[in-house]
Design a binder for this molecule. Structure first.
Ligand code: DON
Length: 304
């Protein structure tokens, strides 16, 4: 017999259809995504995962990587060192805005690309390969399984990512980055190409909901002080220039990615993930936003 939660999730997926938005088209691998591809996953902090749609469909994590790399930078370098490089103020700008805060000279937050490239550069490691291996294992600890990279996505992005390349070089010019800007850029682009499914994302979100302990493996992945910090920047900056609309309507820390994924975290309760690749004008999944709004209202998930 299906549980009431499962029945509820299936019913809202039926009701929140919609074909608004456009699939990202800046590289062929994203442009080829089925616009009607869809998955919803809800992971509880005791490790139960409810799913609707194709929860095993793989896609690149893209910007949903940002809070997890920021968490690793905090774990590796400590708050003071990371804060010296990346601020925690919402920018109200698009994710790929070419800007640094005029007062501090730092990227405004770790969720926009300037901050995310900087966070990628702060991951400890002997060389690029080691640094990236640590990122892969780190995300895998949140997901509860070994993850890998979609090389075709990486190859496409690294050759066409002129705007991020410009941001990386700007960061080097202003001495936010210390090493070679291409190394930080490659690290960032590769982390965005890590392949996940919607179940993985729900469990990654549930690990944050569970105070840093992965609900299925029971491993402590992140200290609670870092969980607080990561959720704070997700709440204020995770949805970019629609962060205000999001927090008003949904009321949960969240992060979106250009593949069409969104994660949302209800601390102490659940991690939620939705996949639908048609994006709104902010680069967030249009159907994903609609579904999260609906669930937040129905299930009283709004934290404020
Ligand atoms: O261009 C980039 O930075 C992408 N690879 C990731 C951007 C992203 O996912 C933005 N979020 N909606």
């Amino acid at each position: 017999m299906r549980s009431p939660v499962q029945e509820y999730l299936e019913s809202i997926v039926e009701q929140c259809g919609g074909t608004d938005g456009e699939v990202a088209s800046y590289i062929p691998e994203l442009a080829d995504a089925d616009p009607d591809g869809f998955a919803l996953a809800l992971a509880t902090i005791d490790g139960h995962v409810y799913t609707v749609g194709d929860a095993d469909l793989r896609y690149s994590i893209q910007s949903i990587s940002k809070p997890f790399t920021y968490a690793l930078a905090l774990a590796d370098q400590g708050f003071e060192a990371v804060d010296a490089k990346i601020d925690v103020e919402p920018s109200g700008d698009a994710f790929n805005e070419i800007s640094l805060a005029s007062d501090s000279g730092r990227p405004r937050n770790p969720m926009i690309n300037a901050g995310a490239i900087t966070a990628a550069s702060l991951v400890a490691g002997d060389d690029g390969q080691h640094r990236f291996q640590r990122v892969l294992e780190w995300y895998g600890a949140f997901a509860g399984r070994e993850l890998d990279v979609d090389d075709a996505i990486y190859d496409s992005e690294i050759t066409t990512t002129h705007r991020n390349r410009a941001i990386a070089h700007m960061l080097r010019e202003f001495e936010v980055l210390q090493g070679h800007p291409e190394d930080a850029l490659a690290q960032y682009v590769r982390q965005c190409a890590i392949s996940v499914d919607t179940r993985d994302l729900a469990l990654m979100a549930a690990t944050l909901a569970n105070g840093g302990v992965q609900p299925v493996t029971g491993a402590r992945v992140l200290e609670t002080t870092s969980v607080e910090r990561v959720l704070s920047v997700m709440a204020t900056c995770g949805m970019y220039d629609s962060a205000g609309d999001w927090i008003s309507a949904v009321g949960m820390p969240a992060k979106s990615g250009v593949s069409g994924g969104i994660i949302a975290v209800l601390p102490g309760q659940v991690g939620l993930a939705v996949y639908s690749p048609r994006l709104d004008k902010h680069g967030n999944s249009a159907r994903g936003v609609q579904l999260c709004e609906r669930m937040s209202r129905d299930m009283e998930m709004h934290l404020m």
